[in-house]
Design a protein around this ligand. Structure first.
Ligand code: DMJ
Length: 457
């Protein structure tokens, strides 16, 4: 599947950001500020891990010759960070090739001006040429988004590690400290925050879109620090406690789900994006309070089960973008606009973590079901495409092979069927785009004063 997706990208969309597999051309889009080759950078580590050597070499050569950071467009800080910074860092750590380090540091520097706000909380969009940054037009009152400014920590810690420059780490530690001290309604973190006043802008809380990977990065920061980052640990378990108290629900049919919260009122909906949380709760289970560890594994299994049900209850055996638990619905989409599937990874991501941590064969069975469904309903002549309605067996394609399909969906499926010693979870932490980053056991930031580090670099 990876080779097929890659070969078609190469044939029809080489150097563009994504492949349009129906029209057989490339897509550039406006998320990456003029950067190109998102599918190449997102695929480097997947190709390497899968032993697709020739393809990996082609990808590396493209990065060396053609990945041009001197673009002048408006980029999503979050998307560039998780795909480009994460992809290049991971390629560097896996292969030791200097070109990835040089490129990622060139890019990292261009992202720093986004943090020049009164609070140090970055804005969502940055012009990679001018360094000017601003907020998404659709985000209320010029606010920044929790899942965006909360999903920088892992990559920025490693930017400091590979450069010896503490600035990157300082920027994300500042975000962390800010969030730690600010008041939180019922212990929950709303999705919108003003980077100017430092106040929450709306009381919408979600473990799915707009909130999701902030929580993921708390527990992963703790694990990536070789379990030294106590602050991240405490913030994670406190947040999980608040989520359990306020958002976790059981449907009449016995399915556990995580609802969304709008100023105290529950919206009984779970997004596909929220399905990463099965895996997240599972990787954090062993470091929770002793008496809660089993409970966390049970909760992780229940959520993963619910997400599997959202797949099993559709005609294509692929899950919708959002499924509901009201008006008689139980893990099904009720709105037409929620029925699409865009090759997202979160459900198989949770299967992979649950498999690694329990070895219950059902997770491989569920992964295999997803593979068969992808082959049957998403594979087209020239690649893989998202579909517009998972409840109809005659697919209507969206004509897009997302770069995260190669970075995440296929990588997690591959790992689900690999031995546990391929990227062991004790040594590698996957960023939110599935790019593995090593646990930092001996930080290059230790032992040298910050001033000295600054002078050196
Ligand atoms: C990916 O870019 C990342 O997984 C992100 O955290 C959420 N959205 C997509 C995949 O669905």
């Amino acid at each position: 599947m990876m080779k097929f997706a890659w070969d078609n990208y190469k044939l029809y969309a080489w150097g563009k950001n994504e492949l349009r597999p129906l029209t057989k051309n490339g897509h550039i889009g406006n998320m990456f500020g003029g950067l190109r080759g998102a599918s190449i950078v997102d695929s480097l580590d997947t190709l390497f891990i899968m032993g697709l050597e020739e393809e990996y070499e082609e990808a590396k050569d493209w990065v060396k010759e053609n990945l041009d950071m001197n673009s002048n467009g408006e980029a999503s800080l979050f998307e560039v960070n998780i795909r480009y910074v994460g992809g290049l860092l991971s390629a560097y750590y896996l292969t030791g090739e200097e070109v990835f380090r040089t490129k990622v540091l060139e890019l990292g520097e261009k992202l720093l001006p986004a943090f020049n706000t009164p609070t140090g909380i970055p804005r969502g969009i940055i012009n990679l040429g001018s360094g000017l940054s601003w907020s998404w037009g659709w985000a209320s009152a010029g606010s920044s988004i929790l899942a965006e400014f909360g999903t920088l920590h892992l990559e920025f810690v490693h930017l400091s590690e590979v450069s010896g420059n503490p600035t990157y780490k300082e920027k994300v530690m500042n975000i962390r400290k800010f969030l730690n001290k600010i008041e939180k309604p019922h212990g929950l973190y709303p999705n919108f925050l003003s980077p100017v006043s430092g106040n929450w802008v709306q009381h919408h809380v979600s473990i799915g879109g707009l909130g999701d990977s902030f929580y993921e990065y708390l527990i992963k920061s703790y694990l990536m620090s070789a379990k030294k980052d106590e602050e991240a640990k405490k913030m994670y378990y406190d947040a999980l406690e608040a989520i359990e108290t306020n958002l976790v629900q059981k449907s009449p049919g016995g399915l556990t789900y995580i609802a969304e919260w709008r100023g105290g009122i529950l919206d009984h909906k779970m997004g596909h994006l929220a399905c990463f949380s099965g895996g997240m709760i599972a990787i954090g289970a062993a470091d929770g309070e002793l008496q809660k560890r089993k409970h966390y594994m049970d909760l992780a299994a229940e959520i993963t089960h619910t997400c599997h049900e959202s797949y099993a209850r559709s005609d294509t055996k692929l899950g919708p973008e959002a499924f509901r638990f009201d008006g008689g619905a139980e893990a099904t989409a009720t709105r037409l606009s929620d029925r699409y599937y865009i090759l997202r990874p979160e459900v198989v991501e949770s299967y992979m973590y649950m498999w690694r941590l329990t070895h219950d064969p059902k997770y491989r069975e569920w992964g295999w079901e997803a593979i068969q469904a992808l082959e049957k309903y998403c594979r087209v002549d020239a690649g893989f495409s998202g579909i517009r309605d998972v409840y109809t067996a005659t697919p209507n394609y969206d004509n897009m092979q997302q770069s995260f399909f190669l970075a995440e969906t296929l990588k997690y499926l591959y790992l689900l069927f690999s031995d546990d010693d391929l990227l062991p979870l004790e040594d590698w932490i996957f960023n939110t785009e599935a790019h593995p980053l090593p646990v930092v056991r001996h930080s290059c930031m230790q032992g040298e004063s910050k001033t000295h580090q600054r002078q050196k670099h």
